[in-house]
Design a protein. Structure first.
Length: 264
């Protein structure tokens, strides 16, 4: 059965999340869309990449041996569900995990516990590491460059992943803060050349009307622009050393304790 976008977001995915809570005896604290749909350049047949954070009952935390701290399930309706347990998520926040930071700022939110969300947003900047985050996005760009961009035909998805990684590096270089999740916002803030912006908008429009891995001949000026910017970060990333906070885990410990006890 084929569902509309509205049906997926308002009914199908929320029902999957309720099933996850019931089957695993957990409470979901945050559930969002990740990947191309959150970034704003999904294709006609893009999967739904739903990511969530969940908490167990207090007794789950009273064991000597570690237990499984992820929940994953792929549904026939192209919903890819993947969740991290609260303690795991907070430990990754302490390490400034870029994927987790993107979850907290996704423009497509299926559910959020307001108290939990506010507690995270009030402290996340204290754990943001601009250096390691820039290395993360630079690595994404390099991976896609080496694997895909040297070929004559480039999957549009892969080129946009490459470009997004590079523009995220540029944002961090400029602002020393978490890059926007929405690609359009990121692009508008980091690309100053109007002709390049127009070419990017045209490419996104083509991708939205195409299938996920369609091959497209990318405008050479746009490819050159992206590669020049990538070369800049390859050359300068080792000297990018802005000041950054060194927050302790105390605030994260409080969030863990309070959230688990509320779920008692």
């Amino acid at each position: 059965m084929t569902y509309t976008t509205e049906e997926m977001q308002k009914t199908v995915i929320p029902n999957h999340l309720k099933d996850v809570e019931k089957e695993n005896n957990v409470k979901i604290l945050l559930a969002v869309e990740s990947g191309s749909r959150a970034w704003g350049f999904e294709s006609k047949n893009s999967d739904w990449d739903v990511r969530f954070i969940y908490v167990h009952k207090p007794e789950w935390y009273m064991t000597v041996n570690p237990q499984r701290d992820v929940i994953e399930h792929m549904y026939p309706d192209d919903v890819d569900l993947a969740g991290w347990e609260l303690r795991k998520a907070l430990a990754l926040l302490q390490k400034s995990n870029p994927s987790l930071l993107e979850w907290f700022h996704s423009p497509i939110v299926y559910y959020q516990d307001e108290a939990f969300a506010q507690s995270i947003l009030s402290i996340e900047k204290d754990y943001f590491n601009p250096i390691s985050t820039m290395y993360h996005y630079n690595s994404i760009a390099n991976k896609h460059d080496a694997r895909y961009l040297e070929k004559e035909g480039i999957p549009m998805k892969r080129f946009l992943y490459f470009l997004r990684g590079i523009l995220a590096c540029r944002w961090i270089e400029m602002h020393k803060t978490i890059p926007p999740v929405r690609f359009q916002e990121l692009m508008e803030a980091t690309v100053t050349e109007n002709d390049i912006k127009q070419k990017i908008y045209e490419l996104i429009a083509i991708k939205r009307d195409a299938k996920e891995y369609d091959i497209q001949s990318i405008d050479q000026q746009l490819v050159n622009y992206a590669k020049e910017l990538a070369a800049h970060f390859d050359q300068t990333i080792s000297s990018f050393r802005p000041e950054q906070s060194r927050a302790s885990a105390a605030a994260l410990d409080r969030i863990l304790f309070n959230t688990v006890m509320i779920n008692a």
